[in-house]
Design a protein around this ligand. Structure first.
Ligand SMILES: Nc1nc2c(c(=O)[nH]1)N[C@H]1C(S)=C(S)[C@@H](COP(=O)(O)O)O[C@H]1N2
Ligand SMILES: [Mo]
Length: 192
């Protein structure tokens, strides 16, 4: 890109970032979409022609709340330090509590919601909103202060420290992370 193009792009990006991140003014691509029992949507139904990965995974919604990177990063983040099964080493994982992400999308997390967490490779887990809170599950965006990449564990990893969960801490390391999808891009919420 020439210098003029770069400057134009940079100032456009600056304008977009100045807009309120949670208002649905997208500065970047949606990295996470939350559908189902949400009070607040900022996008319409699955587009059968253009939402190709969602169609392939059988995702349905009539409206949903999409978060871009600034929207996710605007939520208060916490850090957990689990020992990972991949390298048997403790790492710092940082991101918002998943409960806060759901609440930002208008989910009533007190209402015994069932939450499906879907990853780019098709892996999906189900967990209750009560367990998401009890396990202090986060939507990690950073590992050891680096943004999680697509192709690795990103763009988000729904993860908690299994050593802090009584039902999991005595399991072998290789069995502690089954409820922790990496590559998360879609979450569906069901209540009632
Ligand atoms: N996206 C994604 N996340 C995943 C899985 C997966 O296949 N895909 N496997 C789960 C299971 S069953 C375990 S035990 C751990 C480690 O599996 P993995 O080696 O496939 O990452 O990650 C969990 N998260
Ligand atoms: Mo597993």
């Amino acid at each position: 890109m020439d210098r003029r193009g770069f400057l134009a792009t940079a100032s456009l990006a600056g304008l977009a970032q100045a807009a309120p991140a949670l208002a649905g003014a997208h500065a970047g691509p949606a990295l996470l979409t939350v559908g189902g029992a949400i009070a607040r949507g900022n996008r319409g139904a699955v587009d059968p022609a253009l939402d190709q990965l969602m169609v392939r995974h059988g995702v349905h919604f009539s409206s949903a709340f999409a978060f871009d990177s600034p929207a996710l990063l605007s939520l208060p983040a916490i850090t957990i330090r689990p020992t990972l099964e991949y390298d048997e080493t403790p790492h710092r994982l940082r991101g918002p509590l998943l409960t806060k992400v759901l609440e930002a999308a208008g989910v009533d997390t007190g209402a015994a919601a069932r939450v499906g967490i879907r990853a780019i490779d098709g892996y999906r887990i189900e967990i209750t909103s009560a367990d998401i809170a009890a396990y202090r599950m986060i939507l990690a965006t950073h590992l050891d202060d680096r943004p999680l990449p697509l192709g690795g564990l990103g763009p988000q990893w729904a993860v908690f420290d299994p050593a802090a969960v009584p039902a999991l801490r005595d399991k072998p390391l290789k069995e502690r992370f089954a409820l922790c999808p990496w590559g998360v891009y879609y979450i569906d919420v069901a209540t009632g």
